[in-house]
Ligand binder design. Sequence first.
Ligand code: PLP
Length: 451
Amino acid sequence: MTSVSEADIAHLFHPYTNLARHPETGPMVITHGEGVRVFDEAGKDYIEGLAGLWCTALGWGEERLVAAAAEQMRKLPFYHLFTAKTHEPATRLAEQLAGLAPVADAKVLFACSGSESNDTAIKLIWYRNNALGKPDKKKIIARERAYHGVTIATASLTGLPVNQRGFDLPIDRILHTGNPHYWRCGQAGETEEQFASRRAEELEQLILAEGPDTVAAFFAEPVMGAGGVIVPPATYFAKIQAVLKKYDVLLVADEVITGFGRTGQMFGSQTFGLQPDLMTVAKGLSSGYLPISALIVAGHVYEPIKAQAGEIGSFGHGFTYGGHPVSAAVALETLKIYAERDILGHVGRIGPVLQRGLRALQQHPLVGEARGIGLIGAVELVADKDRRTAFDPKLAIGARVVAKAQAHGVILRAMGDAIAFAPPLIISEADIDEMLGRFRLALDEAHGELA
Ligand code: PLP
């Protein structure tokens, strides 16, 4: 029998991997996990500094989620929600999400991934504007460096070149405006407040240039994740929302990373004062244990859609596995654990430990900015700290530091030269210290090699 690595190289088509180099570099085989740690084939342990893909909030080995899945699997392993069928796990989960989310008169539409829910949001916005007799109001604005997924429409919203180059994307009717990264994009002499105002003015100018009657919605992650963990200035969203309201542009909050406590409140929208018309959640909804996502829409968004579906005879959309009973049962148990273990209180206590640790790294010669909130953060590596000069991309310094960190037993992700941290929400102070200690060794080694 071939080894897992050999079979992988022979047959597995990897996402987000240099496919040309993969046969030489090979895969990293993860066999199991416990708490905030995962283990490779050789039994070496790694602190999972990104909770897998920002999702495993309760860490590995949470037996209650295993039990919830097994119980539901025995009772009703599959049923769907098409043609007015329903089941208790999806219904109770919709009820809970509607109660938790800061979205008025909410209705909840399930899918299996963040991409699917964001893609569905675009479809609903188009469907609704057709229902309202506004067939030209269809353009969607996202931000440079945004990440909203990889379907044809959501990869178009995503503002990262790697998701579009070679794929014939973006599609039309998708626009981008500047992101709220003050440290990188603020101009000389500009305060954070002035920068936020400038970003809002740029958005207004874009809407006016396109024609307000053609712009339907604005997508935003409260904290941008895959774009490099960009925390907006305090007044940014208030200023942006004033512009959106003025031109009747809907706000879609993409809470796929920020939902369920990551920023210290249940939703990033609460941390940053967003009042979304639509909200998407995934990842932390099931602590990543099973695929499930949700699109939560306000009553005023739902009503025209309901009327339109009534006229057409049916709402012509749905995924076979949307609201899968086993995923929904696991999500319900996840929400129960968050409440019972006061996960928000824990993030409130432990988030500042991570943030202080990251800010301390700012003294390191390679670190230009350390940023974050709650249990999400990043350090951005620079060639020249005073001038904030980026490294030559050919050096791939972010990827090199991440590889070294992995050798020291901490798994992180490089977003260009920003290295992201989003550990499981259950992480302890001692494990944060250990994670940052291991990371510092990697930084020192990389710095030594550059000298
Ligand atoms: N939105 C955000 C903010 C994300 O971070 C991601 C994935 O990382 C997505 C959407 C897409 O989710 P999925 O990978 O489940 O399609």
